[in-house]
Every structure is written in C-alpha cells, then in structure tokens.
Design a protein around this ligand. Structure first.
Ligand code: F6R
Length: 596
C-alpha cells in the first residue's frame, strides 16, 4: 500500500534509481506516482495519475540529479488524481507519505487560519504545510520535524527534502514500514527491500520515534531525545531473482510454482520430534488459542481452528483483526494469541497485537517478512520463509502459513496423545513428499475449467469443516484477481436462504477432503444440481453427481487442504488470465494494508 523510495548518492542518475525503485514496489498497489528531485538548486516535482509508465512519459532521464524522493500512492483521502499524487510541497519543504493522518481535518482548519492554502484533498499535504510552518519558525529542520511529529496523529512513513538543504533526506515513521540502506556510493530509503536490491542487500529498520538523516556519505539515526543511535544491519536472504518473474507470465504463477520448494525447505527445520520439541515446545502450556488475521491469513486461521480442535483437542477462536481490535475479548494467562500475517505490517493485525500485549497475554507471530513490525513486537515469531511475495494475491505465503499451522497441530496432537508417534512421523514424511503430489497438480492444465467459468457472473464455493476454510480462500482468490463475484458457504448452510440464488448453469465449486462428511457434502451438491447448477467438485474420491470432478491424490486428510488450495489457486489464475485481468496488481488492492 503506497511505496516510498529515496536516493542520495554520488552518481547523478537519481531519476533512474527512483523510478526503478518505484517499479520494484509496484506490487504494493497504487493509482498514481510521482518524484521530486534537486536540479539546479531547485526542487522539481513531477507526478501523474495512473501507472508509473504514465509518469515516465513526462520524465526527462537526461536530467542529472543526485538526490530525490519518489512515491506510488494508493488513494485513501481524496481521489486518484494528479493533484492528490505525491510528492506534496509547501514553501521549502517537499514530502512523500504513506499512512493516514487521522487529525488532518482539524489541522487543515488550523493552518487555514494562518493563511496556508491547501491544494489537494489529501491528508498528506498537511505534513508539508506543518513542516514548512515550523521550519520558518525555528529555522531548524530537525526542530520542525520533532514539532510536526508531536502534532500529527495516525500512521506514517515520511521522507522529507528541504530546498535549503541539498545534501540530506530526512525520514520518520510510525505504524508504517520504512527501511534505510547504504552502499559505498549512496544512501537509500524504501518501503520495502525489493526497491534497493539492485544496490545492496544490507538494510536497517527505521523504528518509531526515530529520525533518519541520509547523506551520500552516511546515515545518522537519532532517537526520541535526538541522540545518535547505532542500528542493527540486516541482510536480505533472498536475491534480486526472487523479485523477478523469470520465464513466468505473472508473479502469481511463479509463486504458485515455488510452493513445493518452500514446503521442502520449511519441513527440513521441523522433520524430527526433537526439532519439533525445540521449535514448538513452548506451545504446550496453553489451554486455548485465538488466531487473528485479515483476508487470507484469517482463512488460514479458520482452517487451523478445524485442524487444532480435531487433531489436538484445543479450543480455538478465530478473529478478523479489524473486528477484534474494537471488541471485548476473554483471553487470559492460559491463552495464546497467534497473529498470522505475510507482511507483518497489516495495520489491523498490528493494532490487535498491541491491544493484547497490554493484557499481558502471550503472543506468537506467524510472519513472512523478517523484522517486520509484528515479527518484532510479538513475544515469539515463527517465520514462514516463503521469500518475497510480489503478486498482490497471496499464494505461497498462504501455503507456508498453512504448513506452519499443520506442524503446530500435529505436534500438539502428539503431545496431547491424539496423534501417535508413528502417525506423527508418517505425517512429517508425507509433508516432505508433498512436492511429488504438487508436481502432479502443477503438471495438469486447469484451462478447460477456467473456460467453463470465466464468463460467469456469480460462483459459489462450498465445503464443510476444513473444506469450508478452503472454500473461503478459493472464493477470495477468484474474486480478487478475476473480478467474478463469488461466495463461500458452509455446504450445509446454503439451504437456509442463499440457495435461492442458484440459477441454471451457475458454477458451484465444492471441496470434499474429509471422509466423515463426504456423503453430507454430496447431499448439498445434489441440492444445487437439482436447481440447475454446474458442479465442479474437488475431492479425494469420485463424485458421480459432478459435472467436472478433479481428484486430489489420496494422502493423509490433514494434508489434503494443501493440495485442494493449490488447485483452486491455479483455477483462479487461469480464469483471470482468460479474462485478461491485471493478475499481479488487481484493481483497488494493495499488498501491504498499512491503514485501517
Ligand atoms: C488475499 C490477500 C489478503 C491478505 C491480507 C492480510 O490474497 O493477500 O487478503 O491476506 O491483506 O495481509 P497480511 O498477511 O500481510 O497481514
């Protein structure tokens, strides 16, 4: 959600570096873009509505500059227009901002009294106005930054340049990520690591209440009392290839194909009882678990609830983070709160974590992005190690989250004497062998199925128990990238109202991986068929009542959700591809949702 890039260096190709940085952050989602740079002692700002290519049409790359800031905006306050695009300027100050300034209405009224004129509809412009106001008052940029920080409320990552100071970029942040990096020739800031990977894989995290001051020689970090502080230097373990499509048409497809290797690498760290004890032993002391997340991460929670309750006999509550943060909860000293997040920066999930920590409830983050806010703030973290996920719609991170939850389930099931030692070892072996089954799936083409559904207006996904969790994720995947409306329902619930929507030829996609409810789901499929639906069934046994039956390899039922969901991911991909959708960057969506 929005992307920031800043560059200051010895080389004078700032425009190139900034635009390439923005392109590396495109996956975050945006609808306008802009840059500001120094040229002939002046700050020049160029911005445009739409894709970065639109901005490039009005950029003259022959212009030399060694300092600049750049931004991709995902509209929140104010439409996606050129005027609302960042950077925003006031007087000598130019800024780019990610996040939301919650008190901007009040602040606007106040600065209007001082005769400041605001030209955009954004909340962000007020930051430039305040910085300029206090810079004029104190003639000291640091004092102006400190004062502005005290006044603005909400979330922000902000990069600042000042017309009087041509050799520095300043940065601050709160509840919105920002990394800072340095190589021998330059310093960089960015919302995420891919923006700087062409120049260095070493980076530092700017923390809340700190100020970063970048020059081409060094980076100084000041703490809350404006004292210089040392920073831990982190190394990005992936490489630039991870952030490229390779021979795949889309990142999403590449990421689906990476899933088998991610599982193989993960399981190496958990493939013996000793390793499980070491990594997950701390989990045995809890009586109950609450899982909190948004979107697909929430769906992992739903599937995990069914798994943990059945195979580990532990009560599990699953909460949507945006709801959880504003409601009462009954977690206590015997509860564990698990926060699932790919980005580790999702505003609602982070706020829920902070809410729970006040109650001294133990917290565990299941996180993909190393050193992200949730990873740092949770008491414990398990990394999903899926590598950078570029496509907005999650696939490989979802699978890695599910694998971790399956490992937690089977370990706790073993400790609670529900899963025998032999079964545990068999399950670990089968997780290790999942790549064979996934290869079978990936070798199939689901294009024919996509052809049957891509013109549909509405699609239902049905399942019971774990299969309902899979249905939820299959439905979300399809609607977010193909824009086909779909709904997931617990199969038995449909007849309590929603079945009235079934029409002749409406596709209904059902998932059946659980043997004990096989016949029950079949009955529900028959109910829709009797009303004319076109039934696609993903199951581990043949289903005669289906129009299309996709059989999944018959492995332990606890692992079958993995296979079913990969099939649904590919069907969604092929359907969106047939429709010619912008698969990696679906309209209106952002990868890392850092606002409420
Ligand atoms: C769907 C999707 C979103 C995310 C959700 C949470 O494909 O990607 O629903 O799962 O925004 O994001 P994280 O996992 O970063 O907290």
């Amino acid at each position: 959600m929005c992307g920031i890039v800043g560059y200051i260096g010895k080389e004078k190709n700032a425009l190139n570096i900034l635009i390439n940085g923005l392109k590396a952050l495109e996956y975050r989602g945006y609808d306008s873009a802009g840059i500001a740079y120094f040229n002939k002692n002046k700050i020049i700002t160029i911005k445009e509505k739409g894709k970065i290519e639109e901005l490039e049409k009005i950029i003259d790359y022959s212009i030399e500059s060694n300092i600049g800031i750049a931004h991709t905006r995902w509209a929140t306050c104010g439409d996606a227009t050129k005027i609302n695009a960042h950077p925003h300027s006031c007087g000598k100050i130019t800024i780019v901002h990610n996040g939301i300034i919650e008190n901007y209405d009040d602040l606007k009224e106040q600065v209007k009294k001082d005769n400041y004129k605001l030209i955009s509809e954004t909340d962000s412009e007020i930051i430039a106005v305040l910085l300029n106001k206090y810079y004029e008052e104190y003639n000291d940029i640091i004092k102006a930054i400190v004062k502005t920080k005290q006044i603005i409320k909400g979330s922000y990552a902000i990069a600042i340049i000042c017309a009087d100071i041509q050799d520095k970029i300043y940065a601050i942040r709160k509840d919105s990520p920002l990394i800072v990096a340095k190589n021998e020739n330059a310093s960089f800031i960015a919302s995420d690591v891919p923006a700087i990977l062409n120049y260095t894989n070493k980076y530092m995290i700017l923390n809340e209440n700190e100020i970063a001051i970048l020059t081409n020689e060094n980076i100084v970090f000041l703490n809350d009392s404006l004292q210089p502080i040392k920073k831990k230097i982190l190394t990005f373990e992936g490489n630039t290839i991870d952030a490229q499509k390779g021979h795949f048409k889309h990142f999403m497809l590449k990421e689906i194909f990476e899933e088998k290797d991610i599982i193989k690498n993960l399981i190496k760290k958990y493939n013996t009882i000793e390793k499980l004890e070491k990594k997950l032993g701390f989990l045995t002391k809890y009586d109950n678990i609450t899982i909190i997340g948004c979107g697909s991460a929430y769906h992992v929670g739903i599937i995990a609830k069914y798994l943990l309750e059945e195979y580990a006999n532990i009560p599990v509550n699953v909460e949507i983070a945006s709801e959880f943060r504003y409601k009462n909860n009954f977690l206590n000293k015997k509860s564990l709160a698990i926060f699932i997040s790919q980005s580790g920066e999702t505003a609602d999930t982070l706020a829920s974590l902070r809410k729970i920590k006040i109650k001294s409830v133990d917290t565990l983050g299941i996180i993909n992005v190393q050193e992200s806010s949730i990873a740092r703030e949770a008491d414990k973290v398990i990394y999903t190690e899926a590598g950078p996920e570029i496509a907005v719609a999650t696939t490989k991170a979802f699978i890695a989250q599910l694998i971790i939850m399956i490992l937690i389930t089977i370990y706790l099931g073993y400790k609670n004497n529900i899963i025998t030692r032999d079964l545990l070892i068999e399950l670990l072996t089968n997780i290790n062998n999942l790549d064979k089954y996934l290869n079978q799936i990936l070798n199939n083409s689901y294009k024919e199925i996509a052809k049957k559904i891509y013109q549909a207006q509405n699609i239902f996904f049905l399942g019971r128990n774990i299969d309902y969790g899979i249905a939820l994720e299959g439905s979300l995947k399809l609607k977010e990238i193909s824009y086909i409306h779909s709904e997931a329902y617990p199969a038995g619930e449909l007849k309590h109202g929603t079945i009235s929507l079934i029409e002749e030829n409406m596709p209904v996609i059902s998932i059946i991986t659980k043997d004990n409810i096989f016949d029950k789901t079949i009955s529900n499929i028959k109910e829709t068929k009797a009303r004319g639906s076109f039934n696609i069934v993903i199951s581990n046994k043949e289903v005669n009542d289906s129009d299309v039956n996709i059989l999944i390899p018959n492995i332990n039922s606890i692992l079958q959700p993995i296979l079913a969901i990969v099939i649904l991911q590919i069907i969604s991909y092929e359907t969106a591809n047939l429709k010619g959708c912008d698969i990696d960057k679906p309209r209106n969506l952002a990868k890392s949702v850092t606002v409420e």
